[in-house]
Design a protein around this ligand. Structure first.
Ligand code: MG
Length: 315
């Protein structure tokens, strides 16, 4: 369990309550201002200013508010800036015309990796907000599907799906997942640039998964490489709506792939890479044969060995 505790001001607690308004619970413990349950996390804010983040996404949620803590405000003058990589997005990027990219599925044993690049021009930002586009961590699957269906009719985007046959083949040839992602981001972004047919944009924002220098070195063998103003940032979904939109479309595509795989499997296949996926993979092997795994899962995950042990133990 990745639990975190922050100490913040009353104003920040009010901001948090507003931020998590869709997840606020009707009941909260003694002394609490509110309890909210966004996906994978329980947040309890107390009148004392203490905010507790519990659950597997606890750390991630808490990290968003790190800058608001009393400690960070007190120390802000002496705090050393984070080492810059030279590709930081500029201030006010949120109001610029940006092509953003993000991916889904890299940590899931079952299912593909989906990578999406999407363009949101400065004059579409209000529309994106109206469609409900925001950081997909704060959206349910149902909301994601509804918003994505609008988005794919509204903005230029490119969706690339790397299914497991291909993924496993490349992995077995020695390609790292990081390199696959870099190649897919590069291609999806170039596809969107082509779709824009000369429409001007201010830059490209990639939801960072490796250091920019590593990203570019992964592209050495690509015939065509991204050029121009390229920015990298972690949590870029919260920095520009093009990345948030890309993330929503990527998750939507991932959910559709998951549905199709579940239909083929004959049962609901689970997300993630925990113990539950070992059990599901063992069940699948017994029903369809071990050779079918290649179609459903990322074989190099440690889950494969555990699933094989489970399947043979229950013979
Ligand atoms: Mg990402």
């Amino acid at each position: 369990m990745a639990n975190s505790v922050l100490k913040v001001s009353t104003a920040t607690i009010a901001k948090m309550k507003e931020h998590y308004s869709t997840y606020v619970q009707t009941k909260s413990p003694q002394g609490a201002v509110f309890t909210a349950k966004p996906p994978g996390c329980t947040i309890t804010a107390y009148h004392s200013g203490k905010v507790l983040f519990q659950g597997k996404n606890g750390e991630v949620e808490a990290s968003q508010w790190q800058g608001e803590t009393s400690a960070s405000q007190a120390n802000s003058t002496q705090k050393k800036p984070k080492k810059a990589h030279g590709y930081e997005p500029p201030q006010h990027i949120e109001s610029m015309s940006i092509i953003g990219s993000d991916e889904v599925g890299t940590g899931d044993y079952f299912g593909p990796i989906t990578v999406v690049a999407a363009f949101v021009g400065r004059n579409q930002i209000a529309l994106m907000k109206e469609l409900g586009v925001k950081d997909s961590k704060h959206l349910t699957d149902k909301q994601i599907v509804a918003i994505a269906k609008d988005l794919i009719k509204t903005i230029p985007y490119s969706l690339l799906v790397l299914r497991n046959e291909k993924y496993n083949q490349m992995q077995q040839k020695g390609m790292s997942q990081g390199k696959m992602k870099a190649i897919l981001h590069n291609r999806a972004l170039l596809n969107v640039i082509d779709k824009l047919e000369g429409t001007s944009y201010d830059g490209i924002l990639i939801d960072q998964f490796v250091e920019p220098t590593t990203f570019f070195s992964h592209l050495k063998s690509e015939k065509r490489k991204l050029q121009g103003e390229i920015f990298f940032s972690t949590k870029a979904e919260g920095i520009h709506l093009s990345v948030a939109a890309a993330s929503i479309i990527a998750r939507y595509a991932f959910l559709k792939e998951f549905e199709a795989l579940s239909a083929e499997a004959g049962f609901d296949i689970p997300k993630g890479a925990g113990r539950h996926v070992d059990v599901a993979a063992a069940q699948l092997m017994k029903a369809k044969g071990a050779d079918q795994l290649n179609h459903f899962v990322k074989l190099h995950f440690a889950n494969t060995m555990k699933a094989k042990q489970l399947a043979s133990a229950s013979h």
